[in-house]
Design a protein around this ligand. Structure first.
Ligand SMILES: Cc1cc2nc3c(=O)[nH]c(=O)nc-3n(C[C@H](O)[C@H](O)[C@H](O)COP(=O)(O)OP(=O)(O)OC[C@H]3O[C@@H](n4cnc5c(N)ncnc54)[C@H](O)[C@@H]3O)c2cc1C
Length: 341
């Protein structure tokens, strides 16, 4: 194999692309990573704002998993700050109750009202559809508990935040002599012949010019702002139960290692919408009971040539948490390397 045909293109510097790039670079491939955005990290990108608080540009990213292989891999590039996420819901009268619904919350609102208070308005806002139209799996993501546990992820063995932030972690992952990173670079199909293989985290339907139709996504508009108040909420994330279009607010200083400011606080309010109403920023693949979106995804996948692998949330049209994106990228790189002579 000469040097030229050892070149790999990775489209997207989010978790899926960055992990693959690092694995292949360590194996000896020369890896070009491009991202159309001006930063690494994909949707996990964070930054320290003008008042010294760390903000996750695309909404709060909490790392939680029981997959210790993923933790070991990522721990090569970051120290960890332990953090167990707690979420409150604000009722219409302003009271805060624990989410997911535990015994205390259920006793406060009454069991008969749980669905109408916490699930019905949320699904309308988040997914733009009525509760009954949702994929049952999405409902299962928010269980009701019969205990007083306040943890949002009660079962995950490892819960922590990268001590210096996600962006710094990505910079370390991508810092390898065999990796050439180019930001503000959109994938151009004409470059394909220059590479032995392309690992592509762009939306699969976009790659095929929507020839079979569009895969639907929900998006979120993030409204970041500072207020001249030391602190507003007792926890990092508060979900709204009202009928206004906003689903939740994050108060960044309530996450450990996210900075301090005695006079000001930074909040991010989330407003879900269709991705077409947010500059085609695709955040959540939309599942449906009929399964037609997954069928459309599979039809696109069957068109994919051997020298291309679609990866990540938009390439695989799957709701992947960070640990799942990492685990999937590690498995894909292992399979790819196993085929090498
Ligand atoms: C609001 C929100 C909150 C979340 N919270 C959590 C959480 O708390 N915990 C958790 O584990 N996970 C969370 N996630 C999921 C997490 O963001 C994903 O697991 C992770 O971002 C997946 O990485 P990825 O590389 O697959 O995709 P992405 O992070 O989306 O990266 C894909 C990259 O590809 C680039 N790209 C796309 N098309 C092109 C193109 N044509 N040319 C060049 N570049 C292109 C994009 O710019 C992007 O940077 C959350 C996601 C969202 C949207």
């Amino acid at each position: 194999m000469n040097r030229e045909n050892k070149r790999i293109l990775v489209v997207g510097a989010g978790f899926s692309g960055a992990v693959l790039a690092r694995e292949l670079a360590e194996y000896g491939f020369s890896v070009k990573v491009i991202d159309k955005r001006g930063h690494v990290g994909g949707n996990a990108f964070d930054y320290v704002n003008e008042i010294g608080l760390r903000v996750h540009q695309y909404g709060p990213h909490l790392f939680h998993t029981s997959n210790m292989k993923v933790v070991d891999w990522l721990s090569r590039f970051t120290e960890w700050t332990p953090y167990q996420h707690k979420v409150k819901a604000q009722l219409r009268d302003g009271r805060l109750v624990t989410l997911p619904v535990n015994r205390e919350t259920r006793d406060i609102v009454g069991e008969a009202h749980v669905l109408d208070i916490f699930f019905r308005p949320y699904s309308k806002k988040m997914w733009g559809i009525d509760l009954e139209e949702l994929d049952p799996e999405i409902l299962q993501r928010v269980p009701i508990r019969d205990d007083l546990n306040e943890l949002y992820f009660p079962n995950d063995q490892f819960q922590a935040l990268p001590s210096a932030g996600y962006t710094k972690t990505f910079e370390k992952i991508l810092d390898h002599p065999n990796i050439d990173l180019q930001l503000l670079t959109t994938f151009d199909r004409r470059s394909e012949p220059d590479f032995l293989h392309v690992f592509n985290s762009m939306p699969i339907d976009e790659y095929f010019d929507y020839a079979l139709g569009r895969l639907p996504y929900r998006s979120v508009k993030f409204h970041h702002f500072n207020l001249p108040i030391p602190r507003i909420y007792p926890v990092a994330s508060v979900n709204f139960t009202h009928d206004e279009p906003f689903t939740r607010v994050t108060e960044w200083k309530n996450l450990p290692g996210h900075g301090s400011n005695n006079a000001f606080t930074t909040l991010t309010i989330e407003e879900p919408c269709d991705y077409a109403d947010n500059q085609f920023e695709r955040f959540y693949p939309v599942k449906d009971i009929s399964g037609k979106n997954i069928e459309l995804y599979k039809a696109y996948k069957s068109l994919t040539r051997d020298n291309m692998t679609f990866i990540g949330r938009c390439g695989m049209y799957a709701y992947l948490d960070m640990h799942q994106a990492i685990s999937s990228a590690l498995a894909i790189s292992r399979a790819f390397l196993a085929q090498r002579p």
